[in-house]
Design a protein around this ligand. Sequence first.
Ligand SMILES: N[C@@H](CC(=O)c1ccccc1NC=O)C(=O)O
Length: 307
Amino acid sequence: GMDVEGEGRKREAPWKKMSKEELENQYSPSRWVVRLGAEEALRTFFQIGKDATLRARAARRSLLDVPYGEGEAEKLDIYFPREASGGLPFLVFVHGGYWQTGSKDTSAFMVGPLTEEGVAVVIVSYELAPKGALDRMVDQVTQSVLFVQTRYPGNQGIYLCGHSAGAHLAAMTLLANWTKHGVTPNLKGFFLVSGIYDLEPLMHTSENVPVLTSLEGAQRNSPQWHLETAAPTPPKDLACHILVVVGQHDSPEFHRQSREFYQTLLRGGWRASLEELQDVDHFEILWNLTQKDFVLTQIILKTIFQE
Ligand SMILES: N[C@@H](CC(=O)c1ccccc1NC=O)C(=O)O
């Protein structure tokens, strides 16, 4: 009905009526790609990411493999604008790959157009499953944000961007207790791209192997679940804007996840918006960020520079 309060909370989750095969399908983004076959889409995605990373390293001043923690995987790359002077805005990017694949070394998609406009870009690696556990990955992303704030205290804002499973990890930092860490990062915005916010349906797919072992663990690592049950209060100044964005050709379950997370953010008093980007799939929505005139590149730049 029209009762926004009741939507999505009292109603039975639609995925619970799906067969295992249907869930598997809904949570396999490559199967929804319209222009390429599934395998070719994934290959193209990683190739474009690798090329963009090589270009970024050749064309921009960078600091590579900077440790933000003790762990072997706890490394990040920082790419600077050509004319870097004084305080810069920073975009911190968390890659996807269902917590099992991906790397900072294939994920510097947006470095070209953003550094061109004066944004420093940080690409984060974290410890993948099976070695890494979700709680640990969430902590690592939190640590990477703390690292950027501590190293660049004069920054003109930190914007956290994540794709797919990386959007999940980025969204989890909305729940971080910064007081506990002793540093409050100058977080000004979130760009959550084709993300997953409720992990419970994934427990019934092969993608869960080996990250989700219990319902309790799935809930503990679901920003959707936290916002619905504990309702953490948003920062008082509401300076932080959260953009939830999904591609037209993402699966219906990915659309539902984005929509419900956005609605839950609004109910909780966060400043959020939802965008469905026309004519892009789960992978194009990210690889198009290599292009300055792509609508999401423009949205990101506008968000960073209007504030
Ligand atoms: N096996 C997955 C792979 C995948 O979902 C993926 C690959 C690269 C970057 C992000 C991805 N999705 C979520 O993290 C698929 O069917 O597309």
